[in-house]
Design a protein around this ligand. Structure first.
Ligand SMILES: [Zn+2]
Length: 266
């Protein structure tokens, strides 16, 4: 099994088109800081799957050699939640000969309008996501009228032989089920709980927004046996700056920050 990291940013990307915070300004001045929306490709013997369909999906597929270009390409897409930044790319894939999507029932119901829009363009087949680890009952803002349920936000687990990887770009609660994976790629949206309020992007804390901050998870991750990486960095996260001292804090704990384009062999 192999993974390719296709993007590592939270909603909006880095830089976000309408933002002039230090992270976004830095990314405009330094192309090396840029991060696409968080996504990975997973290649196993039975083929390649895309995890989450972001606004950057077409560029992300183009940069992953495992998705051989051709009009017959029928991507399989695993969705960890129904947030627009993880799903809006489904519409971008309308040229596909066929599209197979794997998600929880809650995510599937929320995205019913997408299925309606795509029906005249491609054959969309929806499957239950078998190896989902529930991580939060937080609904997207557009689905606030729907009831909370454990299936709203999940980690996706992939196994081949004795090897496994867990991908959790949004983690509202810690789950022991992520702990034994050989590779754990988790929510690094915010460095600390006050970051969204301090930077003025929200009146809620990181935890209230459904993202355990890095400060709350790094010591637990450091004790796990597998390789651990943070992804889904918001543009307010100090880690966006490669020179930030927080990189050293993580390195001393044996933790990594995922980078766009990184390939991980398992
Ligand atoms: Zn910004």
């Amino acid at each position: 099994m192999r993974l390719q990291v296709l993007g590592t940013a939270a909603g909006g990307g880095v830089p976000q088109w309408n933002c002039a915070c230090p992270g976004c300004t830095g990314a405009r001045a330094n192309p090396g800081w840029r991060r696409r929306h968080a996504s990975i490709a997973v290649q196993r013997e039975d083929g390649c799957v895309l995890v989450n369909a972001t606004p950057d999906v077409a560029d992300q597929i183009a940069e992953c050699a495992w998705f051989a270009p051709g009009r017959g390409i029928a991507p399989r897409v695993v969705l960890t939640d129904a947030e627009l930044d993880h799903t809006i790319g489904l519409l971008r894939l309308r040229e596909a000969a066929a599209l197979e999507v794997f998600s929880t029932p809650e995510v599937r119901r929320a995205l019913h309008p997408f299925a309606t829009l795509l029906r005249p363009y491609t054959t969309l087949t929806w499957h239950d996501l078998d190896d989902a680890i529930p991580l939060s009952d937080k609904r997207p803002r557009y689905a606030r009228q729907d009831p909370p349920a454990p299936g709203w936000v999940s980690a996706a687990r992939f196994r081949e032989g004795s090897r496994s990887v867990v991908y959790a770009p949004a983690m509202g609660v810690w789950s022991p089920l992520i702990e034994d994976a050989d590779c754990v790629i988790v929510d690094g949206t915010f460095w600390d709980d006050e970051e969204p309020r301090r930077t003025g992007i929200s009146t809620r804390t990181a935890t209230e927004m459904g993202h355990l901050p890095i400060e709350a998870t790094m010591k637990r991750l450091a004790r796990l046996p597998g390789r651990c990486l943070y992804t889904h960095l918001n543009n307010t996260n100090p880690l966006v700056d490669p020179a930030a001292e927080q990189h050293q804090v993580l390195a001393e704990l044996g933790l990594e920050v995922a980078a766009d384009g990184m390939v991980i062999e398992l």
